[in-house]
Design a protein around this ligand. Structure first.
Ligand SMILES: NC(=O)C1=CN([C@@H]2O[C@H](COP(=O)(O)OP(=O)(O)OC[C@H]3O[C@@H](n4cnc5c(N)ncnc54)[C@H](O)[C@@H]3O)[C@@H](O)[C@H]2O)C=CC1
Ligand SMILES: O=C(O)/C=C/C=C(\O)C(=O)O
Length: 487
């Protein structure tokens, strides 16, 4: 072991950046903590504008070669990365759980397989692009997706490798080079991805990873003039900084931000299903942008719903995320816990009632919480908490349900529980949301457009939408008799 390696459950993780196919250390470091018990995992290289510039230079230098690599070869290498992810699935799962506190069982069975799928899906989708030629008065129009250049990808801590790779994979598939900056609260699996990508044969400089704080290395990356695309997942205030930096260089941005999504429960719904959907919102300790944190229930069934919800939520087991029987792990960081508790205590002081929870547990655990008696214009109803905190309000008509559902500055997702197809269609048509789930939740498909309206984001990624963002689209129009015979 060198000074630049830390070990998590026997898995060695390099703590340096990955730039131009080499490990690069910074003079300064930051401390990475495990949210499970607050233990120190190690010291990670703390990037500055110098490392940001070096990574963009490396990405720029590698771009012509990777862009010119035939699509089928790029796809082959991305499948090899997916193979590597699958081979190291157990390592990735335990390292991610130790680093961000999300459930090991979810990482093993759901999240890390999705990481591999991200690479496979976009590798295959690449090969389907560009076969839609069309005719204009005998002229042929051919659309091509040309790679744009170095892309900067800034990603959060709630699903670190999953959210990073669903940007990395399409950006690379499209022929771009990448500088990825993972969140400073969960830097480790990105470093393992660098090892996996190198082993899979991804050329040096095609994928670069810089570690560090958003305000330092992140900010330097998003204001770099040689960057051709910026894709960000995270908070609204950070998105505004990034959009302002990008604007100075007219760099296109894709912003996947937070939400305050509603779960609408109509009296005609299967109430057990509705309760299951509601309790599911505590997944990942509520640290999910898509979470339907505002439960809106038709008044005639509200009492019964609340009683069944309380019974079901009482069965949730909170504890060590490495334990197979745990349903809810810790929050990510002491600062996040303070933020969550601040929201809850201010809501209670303003008259909210905690039906369950409403307080901290040991360490970084927050008790699953349901608050009622909350006003529509209150902070707890309007702002994203990003913890295991739900609110419950009632409505008496479909119109009121839609009005309450749409009455925040967000527009990421919405979930409906209803037994009436026509109602589902009517309500869906009126909701402001990038994704609507009817009698289900979190059914995700990479073919679908993903993103939010209003303050939940700018743009959509997924399927062809990802390639539209990461590419410069070109339409080539060829005349029917435009060829000279030089023969
Ligand atoms: N997927 C989502 O919707 C997420 C939403 N959030 C929301 O954000 C809140 C705070 O979480 P944070 O970790 O503070 O989120 P954040 O938005 O500050 O961090 C996300 C990423 O942006 C980077 N970053 C921060 N400032 C930057 C800057 N000036 N330039 C470039 N990159 C920068 C961070 O280093 C991190 O990699 C949460 O409580 C939640 O409400 C956070 C994470 C994910
Ligand atoms: O799992 C997905 O497809 C998307 C998840 C997004 C988040 O959890 C997030 O950004 O918070």
């Amino acid at each position: 072991m060198t000074d630049h390696t830390l070990t998590v459950a026997g898995v060695a993780v390099d703590t340096r950046h990955w730039i131009g196919g080499e490990r690069v250390a910074s003079a300064e470091t930051f401390t990475d903590l495990s949210p499970i018990d607050g233990s120190t995992l190690g010291e990670i290289s703390r990037g500055t504008a110098t490392e940001a510039a070096a990574a963009v230079v490396a990405a720029k230098a590698a771009f012509p070669g990777w862009a010119a690599t035939p699509a089928a070869e790029r796809a082959r290498i991305l499948h090899a990365v997916a193979d590597g992810v699958e081979k190291r699935l157990e390592d990735l799962a335990i390292v991610e759980t130790t680093d961000n506190g999300a459930l090991l069982r979810s990482h093993r069975r759901g999240v890390m397989p999705r990481v591999a799928h991200n690479f496979r899906f976009f590798a295959d989708w690449l090969l389907r692009l560009g076969h839609d030629d069309f005719d204009t008065r005998g002229h042929t129009n051919h659309v091509s997706w040309d790679p744009a250049g170095p892309c900067v990808l800034i990603t959060p801590w709630n699903a670190p490798l999953m959210l990073a790779t669903w940007k990395v994979a399409p950006a690379l598939a499209a022929g771009n080079t990448v500088v990825l900056k993972p969140a400073e609260w969960s830097p480790l699996t990105a470093s393992l991805l660098a090892d996996i990508a190198a082993e899979a044969g991804l050329p040096a400089g095609v994928l670069n990873i810089v570690q560090g704080y958003g305000a330092e290395v992140g900010s330097a990356l998003v204001s770099h003039p040689d960057v051709r695309r910026i894709s960000f997942t995270g908070s609204v205030p950070t998105a505004k900084h990034i959009a302002a930096s990008a604007a100075a260089n007219l760099t296109p941005v894709s912003l996947e931000l937070g939400g305050k999504s509603p779960l609408l429960v109509f009296a005609d719904a299967d109430l057990d299903l509705a309760v299951d959907l509601a309790v599911e919102q505590y997944d990942n300790a509520g640290q999910v942008c898509l979470a339907a944190t505002r439960i809106l229930v038709e008044e005639s069934v509200a009492e019964e719903f609340t009683s069944r919800f309380t019974e079901k939520a009482a069965l949730l087991r909170q504890g060590d995320p490495r334990d197979e029987s745990t349903d809810i792990g810790p929050g990510i960081h002491a600062r996040q816990l303070e933020k969550i508790d601040g929201f809850v205590q201010r809501a209670v002081a303003a008259g909210a009632r905690a039906v369950i929870g409403g307080h901290r547990g040991d360490g970084l655990y927050y008790a699953p919480t349901l608050l009622t008696d909350v006003a529509q214009d209150s902070e707890i109803v309007q702002e994203e908490v990003f913890g295991p905190v739900l609110t419950l309000q009632t409505f008496t008509s479909e119109e009121e349900a839609v009005r309450l559902a749409n009455d925040t500055r967000f527009g990421l997702a919405a979930t409906l529980a209803t037994g009436d197809r026509e109602r589902a269609a009517r309500v869906t048509a009126q909701l402001v949301a990038g994704t609507v789930w009817v009698n289900c939740f979190f059914v995700r498909d990479l073919q679908a457009p993903f993103g939010g309206s209003r303050h939940s984001g700018v743009g959509r990624e997924g399927g062809t939408w990802s390639f539209d963002f990461y590419c410069d689209l070109k339409n080539t129009v060829t005349a029917p008799k435009g060829w000279r015979d030089h023969g």
